[in-house]
Ligand binder design. Structure first.
Ligand code: ACO
Length: 705
């Protein structure tokens, strides 16, 4: 949906709310919503609406919306589905801006028409629809809790958008237990109108929101979503928890790019590209939120582990490698900082091991030493329960050191492990809203999330690189193919597209007769490859439609006759355009590039290790377009076999610059030539540095008219 309509601010900061379906019955949703609004400290006007009138929870109730004196910013609707549209129709009379349709029973159960009508009417009358099928909205700035979830929401700086109602209500409970303060909690349900992108528009600029988390099941308007998410991540960390990892096959497997993509692989890649951190589990998501909501942004990457146990220190070191946290290793500086505060038998290497000898005094001294040294940016502090450590001082030590670190703008992640006294400490800290992790990996993965955002901001560039391609030449090829009632290009047409995009393809020609085959062969030179050209024969080599390594005129004549004979025998009714005669290309490293128009995210590009094992190896990476050179290089560097492109065991480095160029050109084709839905080059052969690339097998599909 477009972003026209009322200012989204009034959804989060409504000046007046009507609760349509407010009820005396305490167990009804309309009652709970009204009650939550009233107890949340909402200062605006509240209008319960119920045909019986009277008073509900001490508030005068209107029999209908017409009795309201004034305008409505937000109408929460909690009446049965069959009554909703009629009610929506009267809402414009009070200049209603937003409808929060709590009611279930719309598109989620197949009732698409009712939902469509409601949205169409609303948009046509200046209103926007949140939901239907939602639990409501909480916003700390109003403050207002217009949900039928728990009452005890702690105000804070975390905004959560959720597509699942039940999970969202669970998340409210979890945030209360974990003492995570919320700036907003919005249930989007069926997303008939308002979606994540609309809500991000408010949350990105909301000073009260420091971090945004979204639980997503599916994206409707991917291109708009990408645009808004990019705006969000340059200002604040965004975490996504997405269900539905295995929606493979949702994309027609017309090409490798399609079948390799699967919608989730694309989602994953696009989120990374936009600087969004994707959590695998609720536990990860909540750990990250808790940490990021309080931690200052790091100034640099020098991280030190301080521990009183060697084993846990090694685990943290492993975790740092896994989550991209860099350990500081200037030994001279480490000695200077930690020697005065570490027992002689300890270690000043990173991890700094204070040993089982450490008590809170020694620990505090080490933490202070790290805090006061400007070479150290971040500290991971680990504690294992020992009899020597004065555990009763643990909560105080953690709370005060976190405060000091925050004041000095240094992230500090604490992980503590042990028995009863440690559990007690964790409980005390949780009640005080102070965060410590029970597990080392959780601590480091949260720090990893902080650094993922740090790296994203450091490398961020909004620039885009473009290539000059001959769009009109490509469009006339497309016209010709359409006139021929085809949705795919024959090889000679595909090669012409490559030429128009300035991508080198093998010299070739299509011959419709033996004579012209011989003439073409003599013109191109030997060795040659010959292949059948027919839209009715897809797996050419399986039916004897391909001949390789032809060295002279005689071999070309034999091959031509054999290919035609084999293909006629295989499919007598096949329409044969001719035989392609093509230069036999020098071997090089086989890569694959695919560009396609994704139904959700728009134009996307794939790069990977190519050849016939591409679907087995699945060594590919994706990005949404447009991109700049640096981002394309980053995509190329992201495949597992990237070191092969750099040359292994004495091989030369391949022409990575030429690969980047080819990707930019194919990206330009898919973005500028809208008739094309899919391009795949496999293999795109990469030669040694300076020798370029060659597009060998090219497959181009057109979008349905
Ligand atoms: N204007 C105002 N009030 C009206 C109107 C109207 N046009 N029509 C009816 N009402 C009143 C009713 O008289 C009733 O009040 P009463 O108790 O005084 O009689 C009140 O509105 C509610 O109507 P009911 O018919 O009693 O409906 P009920 O409350 O049982 O259910 C509801 C309505 C909650 C919207 C239900 O249809 C529904 O959709 N429930 C599911 C909600 C849900 O789960 N949403 C997703 C949340 S996310 C998650 O999964 C947790």
């Amino acid at each position: 949906m477009s972003d026209s309509g009322p200012d989204i601010k009034y959804l989060f900061e409504p000046r007046s709310i009507a609760v349509i379906g407010a009820s005396q019955s305490k167990d009804k949703i309309g009652h709970k919503i009204l009650e939550n609004i009233l107890v949340s400290g909402y200062k605006g006007k509240v209008y319960p609406i119920n045909p019986q009138g009277g008073e509900i929870l001490g508030v005068k109730t209107c029999k209908s919306i017409d009795e309201i004196d004034g305008e409505i910013d937000l109408a929460a609707i909690a009446i049965p589905a069959k009554l909703v549209f009629e009610t929506v129709k009267v809402c414009p009379r009070k200049k209603t801006k937003f409808l929060a349709v709590i009611t279930s029973g719309f598109s989620e159960v197949g009732n698409l028409e009712e939902e469509r009508k409601m949205v169409e009417f609303s948009r046509g009358n200046g209103m926007r629809v949140l939901g239907p099928n939602i639990f409501g909205i909480y916003s700390s700035v109003a403050p207002v809790n217009a949900t039928f979830g728990p009452k005890d929401i702690l105000a804070g700086n975390v905004a959560i958008i959720t597509q699942s109602g039940a999970l969202g209500i669970g998340m409210i409970g979890k945030t209360a237990v974990e003492k995570i303060g919320l700036s907003a909690m919005v249930s989007v349900g069926n997303k008939s109108d308002i979606d994540e992108a609309d809500l991000l528009q408010y949350l990105v600029q909301d000073p009260g929101t420091r971090i945004i988390m979204m639980y997503i099941e599916g994206i409707k308007e991917g291109e708009r979503f990408i645009e808004m998410v990019k705006q969000a991540t340059i200002k604040k960390p965004v975490i996504v928890l997405k269900a539905g990892r295995s929606r493979r096959g949702a994309i027609a497997a017309a090409s490798h790019t399609g079948s390799l993509a699967g919608s989730d692989a694309i989602f994953d890649a696009v989120m990374k590209q936009c600087g969004v951190m994707r959590a695998e589990s609720m536990e990860d998501a909540f750990s990250w939120i808790k940490f990021l909501a309080n931690a200052p942004a790091p100034k640099g990457e020098n991280t030190v582990i301080i521990t009183n146990g060697g084993g846990i220190g090694v685990m943290a070191t492993d975790a740092c490698e896994k989550y991209g946290v860099k350990l500081y290793d200037n030994q001279a500086v480490l000695n200077k900082i930690f020697k005065p505060v570490t027992p002689d038998f300890g270690s000043f290497k990173n991890p700094v091991d204070l040993t089982g000898q450490a008590n809170s005094k020694l620990y505090n001294a080490a933490l202070d030493a790290a805090l006061n040294n400007e070479n150290i940016d971040t500290v991971i502090s680990l504690y294992c329960e020992t009899a020597v450590f004065d555990a009763e001082n643990l909560p105080e030590m953690i709370e005060s050191s976190q405060k000091k670190y925050r004041e000095k703008q240094k992230p500090l992640a604490f992980s503590i492990f042990g028995g009863k006294s440690t559990e007690n400490a964790l409980d005390i800290l949780r009640q005080r809203g102070v965060h410590a992790f029970a597990d080392v990996y959780e601590a480091v993965s949260s720090l990893g999330a902080l650094y993922a955002h740090f790296h994203y901001l450091k490398n961020y560039s909004g620039s885009v690189d473009d290539a000059e391609i001959d769009v009109s030449a490509i469009e006339s090829i497309i016209d010709h193919v359409r006139k021929d009632n085809r949705l795919f290009l024959l090889i000679n047409e595909a090669q012409a597209v490559m030429r128009a995009a300035n991508i080198l393809a093998p010299r070739s020609a299509v011959a419709g007769s033996l004579d012209s085959a011989v003439k073409a062969a003599e013109g191109i030179g030997y060795p040659l490859v010959m292949k059948i050209v027919s839209k009715d024969i897809v797996h050419k080599s399986d039916v004897g439609g391909v001949a390789l390594d032809l060295l002279n005129k005689g071999e070309v004549i034999d091959a031509y006759e054999a290919i035609i004979h084999n293909c006629r025998r295989f499919k007598p009714e096949a329409v044969i355009e001719g035989v392609e005669i093509s230069e036999m290309v020098k071997p090089g490293l086989e890569t694959i590039v695919g560009a396609r128009r994704d139904s959700v995210f728009g134009p996307i590009i794939m790069f990977g290790s190519g050849g016939k094992y591409v679907e087995v190896m699945k060594d590919v990476s994706f990005r949404a377009l447009p991109l700049n050179r640096r981002q394309i290089l980053n995509m190329i560097e992201g495949i597992r076999s990237y070191p092969i492109l750099l040359g292994v065991r004495g091989e030369n480095r391949k022409d990575v610059d030429a690969l980047v160029d080819a990707v930019i050109k194919l990206a330009a084709v898919i973005m500028k030539c809208r008739g094309i839905s899919d391009i795949e080059v496999n293999p795109l052969i990469a030669y040694d540095q300076g020798q370029g690339v060659k597009a060998v097998d090219i497959r181009i599909l057109l979008s349905k008219p």
